[in-house]
Design a protein around this ligand. Sequence first.
Ligand code: ATP
Ligand code: MN
Length: 462
Amino acid sequence: MKRKRVKELLENQVTGEKVLVKGWVRTKREIKNVAFVALNDGSTINNIQIVIDINSFPAELLRDITTGASLAVTGTLVASQGKGQNVEISASEIILYGKCDPETYPLQKKGHSMEFLREIAHLRFRTNTFGAVMRIRHAMAFAVHKYFNDRGFFYLHTPIITGSDAEGAGEMFHVTTLDLENLPRTPEGRIDFEGDFFGKATNLTVSGQLEGELGALALGEIYTFGPTFRAENSNTPRHLAEFWMIEPEMAFWDINDNMDLGEDFTKYLIRYALDNCREDLEFLNKMIDNGLIERLEFVLANSYMRLTYTEAIKILESSGRKWEYHVGWGRDLQAEHERYLVETHFKRPVILTDYPMSIKAFYMKQNDDGKTVRAMDVLFPGIGEIIGGSQREEELDKLTRRIEELNLPLKDLWWYLDTRKFGTAPHSGFGLGFERLILFMTGMSNIRDVIPFPRTPRNAEF
Ligand code: ATP
Ligand code: MN
């Protein structure tokens, strides 16, 4: 017989049918001569109830059916007598695949702390919370591809190992096959990468954008969706050393088109989650964050507030708040400032534009004022920055001058500059941090709990 998933059985509810189901025991309780087992196979947050006539099965088998054990159950799907479910399975045959020792299985009790579950990240998928988060994460990844595919964007795979250090040094992980115990040196005493695998210094990428631009300036609209790596030593609930980023890049789009895309795209993803992940969202809304669904619906119902960085600074300066980090024109905004604008002042997502040139990357399009660039950051409730993007500088001389001013390695960027030499065109794009999106969609409070295996300073277990 072909196995049916719990999700399907609970949805179809064709009673009287003989079915085969496989999964892991969540709970077992016995009343008189009957055992009730809640079985979960990961397909849904809900369990299916297995009803077992104790007299029809060996006592040894029944004893081994404990929380965490893995079973195959054949039986008849019947209308349930009890509350909480419409159907249950009256078991006729049970195979025990794997026992689960109650003495040592760490997931006995309910209500473990997130910190504890991080230490057993190899098993935490079996909890309701992580099951819900991972199913939502999957749905969001699928929706990202669907959104762009439906709109004629091409998925471009940008490299993970990169020879460019474009965003500025200091935050990258080196990739090398050199013998770290015995590093070759140049006559000047520097590390000699000539003998390294690629014959030059290489790193893990911090962003696929620069390569994405090359694709966009030929294919029109592209997006990347891949892992990125930042060796920033920031131990915050919103930073990972390895995270996934979605980076659309569009030829002939200006900053306003870019903002429209950022708003439409995030709203599409929220709508998709509400339509396709209802049960998981309701679970998280009940157990993790009571404001979750309301917040998702609220963001959908309102347009994002758009204003310039300069206007935002004025609002922050006249707020009367005491800030941990000083506010002033020319300084970068911290999460506390971003969240004040979103959660207290405007009470909806905010798109800030036209940041000071000095705090943004070299490739952003320079405004005529000579001080600001055509950047756009999208700020979300509970998160702060979720998207960072800009219109790109398409003029070769302005771009070259900026690279020189910042002392970036001009000659390493020859390929990037070629796009400005040969048929340059206005273009724009942004980066959306996938885990920040999942934080928002799930109401989870720590970014370590929305990725299967978090990588953070001093932690690379599993
Ligand atoms: P932040 O100021 O929050 O560190 P950033 O300015 O460094 O962000 P960008 O370089 O613009 O961010 O990256 C684009 C997006 O990637 C951000 O808007 C955010 O959603 C996400 N992001 C950036 N750094 C991280 C990180 N360390 N972990 C997870 N997501 C990140
Ligand atoms: Mn950062």
